[in-house]
Each structure stands twice: as C-alpha cells, then as structure tokens.
Design a protein around this ligand. Structure first.
Ligand code: ADP
Ligand code: MG
Length: 294
C-alpha cells in the first residue's frame, strides 16, 4: 500500500481553497493507497514516512520562496518529491522564460528589472505588464499604458524594495480575444486543457486581489498549442522526471490565430481544475501511484 503525501498550505486570507485536494485524497484511498493532505511548513510531518510527496497547492510559496525552496530540498532528501526539488527551484523563478526563449521556444517577450535597475526601461509606445518573477494568481501584476508611467514606476520601486525582480512584457492583446489556454500534463501525457479569460483589467491596482481564472472552461488544444507546449516541456532541465506540468499559452502579437506563446510554465503547484475534468481523476491517481512505486 503506497503512502502518499499531497502537499498543500495552511488556509489564509490570500489563499484560495484547493478543490482538487479532497477529490484526489478520496480517489487515492479508493484504490488502496494511504493518502494524506499535509502542509509543507508543518514541522511535525515525517516526510520519510511517505513513498512520495506530490506538490499540490503550496499557494503561499511565491512570497516565501527561499523558505519553500529550502524545504523542497530537505523533503526531496527524505522522500521522493514530485516534481523534484531541482525542477521546483528552476521553475520558481520566471527567469526560466528567458531560458525557454534562448532554446527557441516561443514565449511572451520579457525584460527583467532587478532591484537596482531603476525604472528607465519602461515602454513608452505600447501597453505593458509589470509583474514579479516569483508570483502566482496574478499577485502583484498590473497593466499600464505609457501615460501611467509614474504608477508603474511606483510598483517597480515597491517590488524592488521588497527584493523582487520585476518582469516587463507587452500587454498581449490576443488574450482579450482568445483568452489563455492551460494545457495540463500528468504522467508524461496530455491530461486535459482549459481556457480562461484575461485577468488584468485596465486600472486595477497591482496590489489588489484578482480573479485568477475568469470564465474557466474546458478546451480542446489545437495542434499548434500542443506543439508549442511539447517544445516548452522538452526544454525543461530534467524533463523526463516531471510527474506533472501545466503550460499556459496566449496568442502572440497578431491576435487570435497568431502563434501560441508561453505565458507561464507551471511545474510547482498547478491547479488541476478537476471539477471541470472529472474524467481525468483516474489518470492522475494512476500516475501518482506509479510514481510512488518508483
Ligand atoms: N503580458 C501579458 N499580457 C496580457 N496579460 C497578461 C500578461 N502577463 C500576465 N497577464 C495576465 O495576468 C495573469 C497572471 O500572470 P502570469 O504570468 O500567468 O502569472 P501568475 O499566474 O504566476 O500570477 C495571466 O493569467 C494573464 O491573464
Ligand atoms: Mg498564470
């Protein structure tokens, strides 16, 4: 009987409820596994008592990144951690988009402004997005027109003061037409896909809480989306060791029908949206049980 930890975090004002978690715990127990939902920062947990720890909803990690990465490394020594700590470390910093671009994967064009870089490089001729390299749920993300320079510079200054590196991207207009598609992979194969609308509305302050998945619905990926997703995954260090992955895509500059580009590659704690895809539960369970057996 495999012993499996599904790793989550403590509830809090900035944390949404993980609806996938009870479904997975129940489904794993139904096939005879021992499954517990446990918090990553619970110091009473003996990780070595599990055959596998699967990261599920550690949704506070983006603002506790150093602490979380240190924990992942420790946990990965005491048990098998999925995804592996090294992958988690690589994926926790969105500078990986630059690496994907260098490997020839189409990504949303991105510039990075680290603390000390100042605000001189903000675009003056197009709408743009400022967001942190360590982020989730659109936390600390906002869009600006060139005449909102001072507000954007204020966001940059606060992020830099708090030690965050900022990313500056053109606002991808295609997202208002065709939305953002999330292609979910589990056990090395496409599991299912979903589509959602644009999150950033004009004038919404960066530090307000956003609706993270507006208008979420099931989606059938196009061949072009699948091809870009597979190229992105092939470029991940230690790609064969991935248990799960989510590739978020938007249509490039030319709007709907343009080349899909990677907005985000989620290898840490992807929301699986199982309530939209109940038929996917057995495949997730099979992949987790197989991973626990090593
Ligand atoms: N360059 C962009 N153009 C248009 N919308 C964007 C852009 N960057 C982010 N967004 C919006 O903000 C949301 C959150 O950004 P994302 O990069 O996915 O970070 P995270 O989901 O980790 O917070 C996206 O789902 C998208 O709706
Ligand atoms: Mg995202």
């Amino acid at each position: 009987m495999p012993r499996i930890a599904l790793v989550t975090c403590r509830p809090g004002p900035e944390i949404s409820v993980d609806r996938d978690l009870p479904v997975l715990v129940g489904a794993l127990r139904e096939v005879g596994a021992e499954a517990d939902a446990v918090c990553w920062d619970d110091e009473t947990v003996d990780w070595s008592g599990y055959d596998l720890a699967v990261l599920r909803s550690t949704w506070d990690y983006s603002w506790r990144a150093a602490e979380f990465l240190a924990w992942a490394e420790r946990c990965g020594k005491e048990t098998r951690l999925a995804n592996p700590a090294e992958v988690v470390r690589w994926n926790a910093d969105k500078r990986y988009l630059g690496e994907l671009a260098a490997a020839g994967v189409p990504v949303v064009p991105t510039r990075y402004l680290a603390p000390g870089d100042g605000a001189d490089g903000l675009p003056v001729d197009h709408e743009y997005v400022v967001k942190p390299t360590s982020g989730a749920g659109a936390r600390f993300a906002a869009r600006y027109t060139p005449d909102e320079h001072d507000t954007a510079a204020g966001q940059l200054a606060r992020m830099h003061a708090e030690g965050f590196t900022a990313m500056v991207q053109p606002y991808v207009k295609g997202i208002d037409v065709s939305g953002e598609r999330a292609l979910q992979f589990y056990g090395g194969r496409l599991l299912h896909a979903s589509r959602k609308g644009a999150v950033l509305t004009p004038g919404t302050p960066y530090d307000s809480r956003k609706v993270a998945h507006p208008g979420l619905e099931p989606w059938t990926p196009t061949p072009a989306e699948l091809a870009v997703a597979e190229r992105a995954l092939a470029a991940v260090p230690r790609a064969p060791e991935l248990l799960y992955a989510r590739v978020d895509l938007v249509d490039g500059e030319d709007g709907a029908g343009g080349e899909p580009r990677v907005m985000e590659l989620e290898l840490v704690e992807p929301n699986l949206f199982l309530s939209l895809h109940t038929g996917s539960v057995p495949r997730v369970v099979d992949a987790i049980v197989a991973a626990a057996a090593g």
